[in-house]
Ligand binder design. Sequence first.
Ligand SMILES: *[C@@H]1O[C@H](CO)[C@@H](O)[C@H](O)[C@H]1NC(C)=O
Ligand SMILES: *[C@@H]1O[C@H](CO)[C@@H](O)[C@H](O)[C@H]1NC(C)=O
Ligand SMILES: *[C@@H]1O[C@H](CO)[C@@H](O)[C@H](O)[C@H]1NC(C)=O
Length: 449
Amino acid sequence: MAFRVLLLCAVLFCVASSHDSPERAFALSTTEGSRAEEDLTGEAVVEDELDPEDQQVFHPTHEWQVVRPGQAVPAGLHVRLNLQSGINEARLPDTEATAQKRVKQEHRLGLDPSLYTPQGLKRALAKLKEDMNADAPEEKTRKEDLKQRFRPIEELKQEFERLHMNIESDFQIMARLIKILNSSTSTVEQKSAALYDLEYYVHQVDNAQDLLPLGGLQLVVNGLNSTEPLLRERSAFVLGSALSSNPRVQVKAMEGGALQKLLVILATEQPLPVKKKALFALSSMLRQFPYAQQQFLRLGGLDVLKGLSRERGAQTLSVRVVTLLYDLMVEKQILLDDGKYNELGSEKIQQYSQVDLAEAIQDQGWCTLISDLLGVPDHDHREKVLQTLNVLLSTCREPFRTNGQLNTTLDILRKEYEDLVKEEKNDGDDDGYFKELHNLVIDFTEGLR
Ligand SMILES: *[C@@H]1O[C@H](CO)[C@@H](O)[C@H](O)[C@H]1NC(C)=O
Ligand SMILES: *[C@@H]1O[C@H](CO)[C@@H](O)[C@H](O)[C@H]1NC(C)=O
Ligand SMILES: *[C@@H]1O[C@H](CO)[C@@H](O)[C@H](O)[C@H]1NC(C)=O
């Protein structure tokens, strides 16, 4: 019984804490070696496992849902460790309305909201003690017997205190991890484990912003030119996750010299996993941040990315580069389209007008480079390349039209997808994936005429 009460207390306390500060969920301190075990076992394997673009993505709702190991958690969610089950859960942040609904639900379930405070818990513990003392005489002997067998309440309280001590806020956990990173006595293993854990926390927008007062962002940026490849890789991973959809962190990382360091990694001889993570960080840095895009072009970033297609194992990298260029072109287009109706966007429009990605793409031979990529075997990759080619139609019309190889490839793809669409139809799917790909090929071919 004592054990069950303890667990209940822990859960209630957890709820209490996050109730006090709704912006920050709480978690138990991670024990040494739990996730760190995987660290040095096989870089390439672990790399792919961790890669957010390869991972299955967690689909959040307003209810807590279990986050399975290896699932990528989108930024901006509330994440908690369920003390009862020991597993991580995440959900969308509450709006005012859903928060009220949740409190009502919990009330209905008999969870008294006043219990959610430390005072409430203390009262509950005191009442428990009273109940144990106020027993009817005939019950006394049995209770005495029980008392012998179960730990007295004081012991339980101590246990609770101890447990309480172990509950750290995300902020405290991050401060601890950053201290490990900053310590000259930490080993490479300790630092890489700290970076791995840190990456988990900075998915949350608030946590990523907490990196700034903690001084952690600059440490991570400095890690990009560590002499240890694993630390460079992990630093880039943390940075990429912290930067995702987080303008404040983007600005600070830019000021801290992250862009130059990432370009150095991408332009020099490096293990493939380091390059992959650096490309991930670069993408997070550039998205929705026209100033960084401008600097990227100025520093010859497009040339650096072009160099990546000469790498060993370059195909995945190349497709990711194309994805990045596609996203940047589309985000600018969307902003310009919206901007016609939206005065507020005008400063951003001003900034984007100085980012002439399309022109740079045409000048530097990307039209041919990208169309050559259409020969990749993977359907998803082809889809990305086809979408990009469609976006580049006006910019690259001439190079595309005179490219005999592209013409041949389009012919082959059209036939291949015609067959696959037939199979799809036989299986009862009239509007399937291959139909979509087939349409992309047709649209592009017709657009070229
Ligand atoms: C790192 O350590 C140095 C010297 O020990 C200290 O001055 C600095 O404030 C620390 N930085 C962080 C972010 O903790
Ligand atoms: C990383 O770069 C910074 C600034 O460019 C430099 O001060 C530092 O010594 C470099 N670290 C290593 C390990 O090369
Ligand atoms: C492209 O292929 C079509 C036949 O599929 C052919 O008629 C056309 O001349 C080709 N164009 C180029 C530029 O090779």
